[in-house]
Write a protein that binds this ligand. Structure first.
Ligand code: XBP
Ligand code: MG
Length: 220
């Protein structure tokens, strides 16, 4: 019976990666780059956590990379604006069972937090539509990728959540969808429940406490 649940966002609360992928492609077009990430390419690139880091990794596939750090920051700014607009226009539903899972955890008195690679703005765009404008009341603290030195699979976001909650890792359970996320939480010493997602379903989850297809399987 964990005292706190720490949630990943992308892939865990909602299947957001196709919206991210579309936002990246729209940003490339807007910047006049003839880049297009199809699903196969994006699936490979998702090994690199973080949008800016992913753009850099793709640019560096060539001997002569095109983009400076400032170019990447600007491209990612456009991507983030496109993502928020796409989410606001069409939303991105929560995965099956997520709403009920959050509701029962709250009724049980479990504390809840978020540990994610993406940005505060993107989390707000997603959860304001999916859970309502008061979504942040559910979570005691939200740690995002740019709040810490290193992104997943480094344990930084999880260690920061533990510090903010004032809890040890064994008092918590992390809910994740990817191998990168599993490694990040495990390096922080936190047991992990995996909910398989579209892009990461075939990752190695041998270290996980439990693996399910949807959180609806373990509600309550
Ligand atoms: C999610 C990610 C993110 C998104 C893009 O990882 O890797 O990079 O794809 O987000 P996780 P940004 O679910 O493990 O947190 O472009 O905002 O970085
Ligand atoms: Mg994820």
């Amino acid at each position: 019976n964990a005292r706190a649940l720490i949630f990943d966002v992308d892939g865990t609360l909602a299947e957001t990666e196709e919206v991210h992928r579309r936002a990246f492609n729209e940003a490339f077009a807007a910047a006049g780059l003839d880049w297009f990430w199809d699903q196969v390419t994006y699936g490979r690139l998702l090994r690199v956590a973080g949008g800016k880091e992913r753009i850099r990794a793709f640019d560096q596939r060539n001997a002569a990379p095109l983009l400076s750090f400032a170019d990447i920051a600007e491209l990612h700014r456009i991507k983030t604006a496109r993502y928020a607009a796409l989410i606001a226009a069409g939303g991105c539903p929560l995965r099956p069972g997520v709403r009920a899972f959050l509701g029962s955890a709250r009724r049980r008195g479990q504390r809840m937090a978020i540990a994610t690679t993406t940005s505060h703005g993107n989390i707000d765009a997603l959860l304001a539509v999916a859970l309502g404008l008061d979504w942040a009341d559910l979570f005691e603290t939200v740690v995002a990728g740019d709040d810490v030195p290193r992104k997943k699979p480094a344990p930084d976001v999880y260690l920061e959540v533990l510090t903010r909650l004032g809890l040890g890792p064994a008092d918590c359970i992390a809910v994740e969808d990817s191998g990168n996320g599993l490694v990040a939480a495990s390096r922080a010493g936190i047991p992990v429940v995996i909910t398989r997602s579209a892009y990461f379903g075939d990752d190695d989850f041998a270290e996980a406490l439990l693996v399910v297809d949807h959180l609806s399987e373990i509600d309550g």
